[in-house]
Write a protein that binds this ligand. Structure first.
Ligand code: HEM
Length: 185
């Protein structure tokens, strides 16, 4: 098993109840009552969508940004963080045609992605999965996965609103925001 591979399956089974599926840009994903997130093969269910992503090395964060992130961030799966979001994102050809230094300039120097994100730590925990190189014609480039307490949902909503207003997001041509609540609690 590839220890960095994660399945996100919308269907009739899974640890999370899906509360909304919203297309922010481009085509939506089919509605599903449950979301399975895991590293093993998902349980049998009637599937509406199945997405795959791998946790990978970092591309953009500098040494000092990484130090600050490690100092502030929490791991995913805190017992009290029962709400979550899986936001699937595809960037356009113009983004991928740029060299790394130009992408970094847009991502951080001009859009301040890490600095904006840092303000939501430690209330929001995150994990980034890459999909672009897993299959030709992958429907998304990234699966982003977050959890937070219900009482911190406004911090998450403000964060996504801020990011969607940046220059970086001009290169996003498909984005689907799936909100979930974990069973139990
Ligand atoms: C919770 C606060 C957040 C922090 C601290 C944060 C931080 C980061 C960092 C450090 C990276 C770069 C990783 C690398 O060096 O390769 C990154 C990438 C990314 N983040 Fe965030 N982020 C946050 C929230 C979000 C949100 C809410 C979204 C989606 C709406 C998002 C979407 C992405 C995407 C798509 C990438 C990959 C960009 C690319 O490689 O082109 N992030 N984030």
């Amino acid at each position: 098993m590839n220890g960095r591979l994660w399945h996100f399956v919308g269907g009739s089974a899974g640890q999370f109840q899906v509360t909304s599926v919203t297309a922010i840009s481009g085509e939506t994903l089919p509605a599903a009552p449950r979301l399975f997130v895991g590293q093993e093969a998902p349980p049998p269910s009637s599937e509406a969508f199945r997405l795959l992503g791998v946790v990978s090395n970092e591309r953009y964060a500098t040494r000092s940004e990484k130090g600050e992130l490690v100092a502030r961030q929490e791991a995913m799966g805190r017992a009290e963080a029962r709400e979550g979001a899986m936001i699937a994102i595809k960037k356009n050809d113009q983004w991928w045609a740029m060299p790394q230094d130009e992408r970094r300039a847009i991502f951080e120097e001009r859009s301040r992605h890490v600095q904006i994100g840092m303000d939501a730590l430690p209330q929001v925990a995150r994990r980034l999965h890459h999909c672009r190189d897993l299959e030709s014609d992958a429907p998304f480039d990234f699966l982003t996965w977050f959890d937070f307490k219900a009482s911190d949902r406004n911090i998450f909503d403000d964060l996504v609103a801020c990011l969607r207003d940046t220059e970086e997001w001009k290169y996003v041509d498909r984005e689907v925001d799936v909100r979930v609540v974990r069973d139990g609690g």
